[in-house]
Design a protein around this ligand. Structure first.
Ligand SMILES: [Zn+2]
Length: 266
């Protein structure tokens, strides 16, 4: 688990400032109730997708949304065990990510095979993200917020956020960017409608995940090499529930995930 999502405590703070009225009218974030036809989650390391958007994506998958995961690195540095090697951890994390994705209800996983800690927002990575967007044609893309100022933000997370944002606009949309994908690979341009970013300082949308939070907890615990194979009734699960409850403070539901949303102009 490289990083916790941001916004912890923000819901409670907003609710406290808004007073009792917030319980009736919410705490100012736009409530997202509709699931799109197709969504994509672009993330740096195995487990980031579940931490960032697991409950929302599980909810949307159960509403019929087709979900694609784009795992950008192999997670090859993700171990605190001094006896663990890069060669040994990669297949472990791949299997864990597959199990977590199955739990969430993800239809396909694209693994870009970059080394953990080595992601750069360069043209090679940009071209890869443009290709997966043009291939899967998602209405909504989820990714790390690259512009978070509070706390440390992993270099790979920043690289994914910046590059996903660029890939959506304007590169995937315009036919003269990476034109070989269109002329030689048979792909077409694609307009993503919304980018939802997790781990953000400035959430502006909220999703009621009361009915899917336990799926997120279950999926996260598939990453046994990161969590230590703990059962779902442990402190880590309690922390997840507390964070989701905090995000929902001031709203008429128990658990929430929040995001910063960018919407493409029509
Ligand atoms: Zn990560």
């Amino acid at each position: 688990m490289t990083q916790q999502p941001g916004g912890m405590g923000a819901g409670a703070a907003r609710a406290a400032m808004a007073g009792d009225a917030s319980a009736q009218h919410g705490a100012g974030l736009e409530l997202i109730t509709e699931a799109p036809e197709r969504a994509m989650v672009i993330f740096a390391h195995p487990d980031d997708a579940e931490i960032g958007a697991g409950a929302t994506v599980a909810k949307w998958a159960r509403a019929g949304c087709e979900i694609t995961y784009v795992q950008c690195t192999t997670g090859s540095s993700g171990s605190n065990d001094r006896s663990m090697t890069t060669a040994a951890i990669v297949p472990i994390r791949a299997a864990e990510q597959k199990a977590a994705a199955d739990t969430i209800g993800v239809k396909s996983i694209e693994v870009l095979d970059h080394q953990d800690g080595w992601l750069d927002p360069d043209r090679v990575f940009l071209e890869e993200l443009v290709r997966v967007i043009r291939r899967h044609r998602p209405d909504v893309v989820f990714a790390h917020d690259p512009e978070r100022y509070s706390g440390f933000n992993h270099r790979d997370h920043r690289a994914v956020g910046i590059t996903a944002k660029d890939a959506i606009y304007p590169y995937a949309r315009d036919h003269l960017h990476f034109p070989d994908q269109i002329t030689a690979e048979g792909l077409e341009t694609w307009k993503v409608k919304h980018l939802f970013m997790w781990g953000t300082d400035q959430p502006d949308v909220i999703v009621d995940v009361t009915d899917s939070l336990e799926i997120k907890v279950e999926a996260l615990f598939k990453h046994e090499s990161q969590i230590g194979g703990l059962a779902t009734n442990t402190d880590a699960a309690t922390r997840l529930r507390t964070r989701a409850k905090d995000a929902a403070a001031g709203y008429e539901f128990e658990y929430a995930e929040t995001f910063r949303r960018l919407t493409a102009r029509r």
